[in-house]
Design a protein around this ligand. Structure first.
Ligand code: SIN
Length: 475
């Protein structure tokens, strides 16, 4: 497979010839070496995207739709091969990797259907004298910066609507997981995406790469998924050129179990909300608030379910949870668990890094966690579930909202009216009501507060990649 930069439809080394080694986090083994690009390469990619985009913007929506549909079908034809790459560079279990490829490909299919439905309007001004025509045009060149937890899906969730709306793109995949991005780009070229429209440039130095891409006169938008801390930096830098931005940032999801919840269903949902994709998702349940009347019952069943989690490399038999991405992640999760325990929490399961090679943390459940513990304020990004008890509905809503984050929340109750009333009071872009997984290309993904700006997916997603133009006229 290709391991070089993809600029202007050509595979090429970076301008300094630098390379980056890619490792399997489950074994530490080196799996590939890829070319690393510089600021100059970012500029060349923006230029290529600009040239190609001028033509692409003129193509019929139906033509764009058909190219995207072919991207979907080629990705699905290569599902196992791409899943294998994801396992090698990211470590998640093969079943999750296959699921990610299907999820990623679906953004192409969904947006192929949206490409032909970018609606405008025409109306008569209140005076009756003029007509107001509103329509949507592509923004131009979009810079896409993605994380390592979903090496395929976080790219396609941005790229598919960007292309559907008539834009060009320059992608900076993460240094940890560039192989999937390069392979997807190769398949997209095969699907008929014109040369230069999509460019993939792994960065030797992410800061200078980003500066060069933002300063390129053709760049009109930045779409980023990653931590809130990095998002703030990219937002400030994007402000220098008043670029449009979509930011999918960190989460701190509360998972609320009311006393009338179906406990086995809540445990099943909790396992998905916590452990999906090895607990390394921004939507992961980060704080479990369990009503005191059912706290023991929930904890007992949840610990039993967590103790069945099998950690290991993505290709190992029966594995349901892969490694954390690196040693730094292990140290961070260890610090959060230790400080919760020092603050009075009890370790009901696990509690430390797993005693085996690779970056593994033991599935962990902490009970009696203080609502103020540091672990309830930080995005854990690991297989650790802190349980906090509550008795009062207003108080639990207040605790759930007591965070600068607002991406995801989960509510379990058998009283639908109560569930809806609580959901509406949660300051969260997405709520799973008796559901442990909500991600869906047909639904608007995104956060409130410091969890982000804008939405991805659904019909909203494509308009993020458009400018609205108003034409004032009369006939
Ligand atoms: C993320 O963790 O950034 C995305 C999770 C998802 O799409 O479900």
């Amino acid at each position: 497979m290709q391991t070089q930069l993809f600029i202007g439809g050509q595979w090429q080394a970076g301008s300094t010839g630098a390379t980056i080694d890619v490792h399997n986090p489950a074994t530490g083994e080196q799996v590939a070496t890829v070319a690393a690009g510089t600021a100059d390469d970012a500029v060349a990619a923006c230029q290529a995207a600009h040239e190609a985009q001028k033509q692409w913007a003129k193509t019929a929506p139906r033509e764009r739709a058909e190219v995207l549909r072919r991207c979907w079908s080629l990705m699905m034809e290569h599902q196992d091969e791409i899943a294998d790459l994801i396992v090698q560079e990211q470590g998640k279990p093969i079943a999750d990797a296959r699921g990610e490829v299907a999820y990623a490909a679906e953004f192409f299919r969904w947006n192929s259907e949206e490409a032909v439905r970018i609606h405008g309007s025409i109306s008569t001004a209140p005076s009756g004298a003029n007509r107001i025509i509103v329509h949507h045009v592509p923004v131009g060149v979009v810079v896409i910066v993605t994380p390592w937890n979903f090496p395929a899906a976080m790219i396609t969730r941005k790229l598919a609507p960007a292309l559907a709306a008539g834009n060009g793109a320059v992608i900076k995949p993460p240094a940890e997981t560039p192989l999937t991005a390069l392979r997807v780009a190769e398949l997209m070229a095969q699907a008929g995406v014109p040369d230069g429209l999509v460019n993939v440039v792994v960065a030797e130095d992410p800061a200078s790469w980003f500066d060069a891409a933002v300063d390129h006169p053709s760049t009109r938008m930045v779409s980023f998924t990653g931590s809130t801390a990095t998002g703030r930096v990219l937002l400030k830098r994007s402000a220098d050129r008043v670029l449009k931005t979509v930011m999918e940032l960190g989460g701190n999801a509360p998972f609320i179990v009311f006393e009338d919840a179906d406990i086995p269903a809540a445990v099943e949902g909790a396992m998905v909300a916590k452990m999906r994709h090895s607990a390394e998702t921004c939507t992961a349940a980060n704080r479990f608030f369990v009503h005191a009347d059912v706290a023991d019952e929930f904890a007992e069943q949840f610990v039993a379910a967590m103790s069945k989690v099998v950690i290991g490399g993505g290709h190992d038999d029966g594995v349901t949870c892969g490694p954390l991405i690196d040693q730094k992640a292990i140290e961070k999760v260890t610090g959060l668990v230790d400080s919760a325990v020092a603050g009075g929490a009890t370790v009901a399961l696990g509690g430390q890094a797993a005693d085996r090679p690779g970056h593994f943390f033991a599935p962990t459940v902490l009970t009696g966690v203080s609502p103020d513990a540091e672990i309830t304020r930080s995005e854990i990004f690991g297989p650790v579930a802190p349980l906090i008890t509550f008795t009062d509905t207003d108080a639990v809503i207040e605790m759930a909202n007591d965070t600068e984050m607002g991406l995801m929340a989960y509510v379990y109750t058998q009283d639908l009216a109560r569930g809806l009333a609580v959901s509406e009071q949660l300051e969260s872009g997405m709520v799973g009501l008796n559901r442990g997984a909500v991600s869906d290309p047909a639904a608007p993904f995104g956060g409130m507060k410091q969890s982000g700006l804008g939405r991805e997916g659904a019909s909203e997603g494509i308009y993020e990649f458009c400018e609205t133009q108003y034409i004032a006229t009369n006939f």
